[in-house]
Write a protein that binds this ligand. Structure first.
Ligand code: PMP
Length: 284
């Protein structure tokens, strides 16, 4: 595949980064993943805005505007033949030849981007959509989960915990037994027709799929949505549980900690929500 490194496109095998790069040594960087279906991007502007905010939060100075990012992303899609692609963008603090904690002065960030195949867009159809089994564990990541840091060991360990138990995602709860999110997705419950998801704070990543879904649902107005604290008791007793992420879109969870969610079938509120999401997502 063709990748982008710093200022040019090249075959992936030719892309070389110093082992002294702080992205490698410290996980000192910010990343994004933007989905693209048949060259149509979903949420390009909010994805870039989130990355710019992340870079600002960690003090990486990069003078790239949205148009520059669009140029790179669109070229990457074209050079990799279109189709269903996730566009991975990564900016690390670069490298000053040392391994010292202090932010180096006047060092150019390392910029890396590649495209990878993703599943076709989710179709709002209960008979074919991918379902999820999750278990739950205490969220042991750091207190800056709103930053989309490339340092993902906490997330990776949480995912792996579920994976070794035969699950394909892990729900996380804080010390107060409140739902935060999942290892690589935002989380929602549905009870008596009301969709509820934890509010944005430092415990969760502000997902772009979450942003788009909540905006679409608010504009449509037919489903009730609440952003508030969700206890794990509520998760246990939910009629439906969903996950969202750029590659999963709105994904139904049918098993939680070994027990079926609701009646064990994909829910009707999911069907409505994914139908609306599918119809509206390219407007973002
Ligand atoms: N939470 C976490 C921890 C994530 O890593 C992700 C992205 N994979 C999400 C939520 C979902 O974010 P988005 O909708 O922007 O993909």
């Amino acid at each position: 595949s063709i990748v982008f490194l710093n200022d040019s496109f090249m075959p992936m095998e030719q892309a070389k980064i110093s082992p002294m790069d702080r992205g490698f040594l410290f996980g000192d960087g910010i990343y994004e993943v933007i989905p693209s279906y048949d060259t149509k991007l979903v949420g390009f502007a909010p994805h870039i805005a989130r990355m710019q905010e992340g870079l600002e939060l960690i003090g990486i100075k990069l003078d790239w505007n949205v148009d520059k990012w669009r140029e790179v992303v669109e070229s990457l899609i074209e050079k990799n033949g279109g189709g269903n692609l996730g566009i991975y963008l990564h900016v690390s603090r670069g490298n000053d030849g040392k391994r010292s904690h202090a932010y180096p002065e006047n060092v150019a960030p390392t910029i890396y981007a590649f495209a990878f195949d993703i599943p076709a867009a989710t179709v709002a159809d209960k008979t074919i959509t991918k379902t999820y089994k999750v278990n739950s564990t205490e969220d042991l990541r750091w207190k800056r989960c709103h930053i989309k840091s490339t340092a993902l060991l906490g997330n990776v360990m949480h995912f792996q915990q579920g994976f070794t138990d035969g699950c394909n995602e892990t729900l996380l709860f804080n010390a107060n037994n409140e739902l935060t999110e999942a290892s690589s997705s935002n989380a929602y419950i549905v009870k008596d027709g009301v969709i509820t998801t934890p509010p944005l704070d430092n415990q969760i990543l502000p997902g772009i799929t979450r942003l788009i879904l909540l905006d679409i649902l608010a504009k449509d107005g037919s489903l009730k949505v609440e952003e508030r604290v969700v206890t794990m008791d509520e998760v246990e007793n939910a009629d439906e549980i969903w996950l969202t992420s750029s590659s999963k879109e709105v994904a139904p969870v049918i098993e939680f900690n070994g027990k079926q969610v609701g009646n064990g079938e994909i829910g009707n509120v999911w069907l409505t929500a994914q139908t609306l999401y599918s119809a509206g997502k390219y407007n973002y």
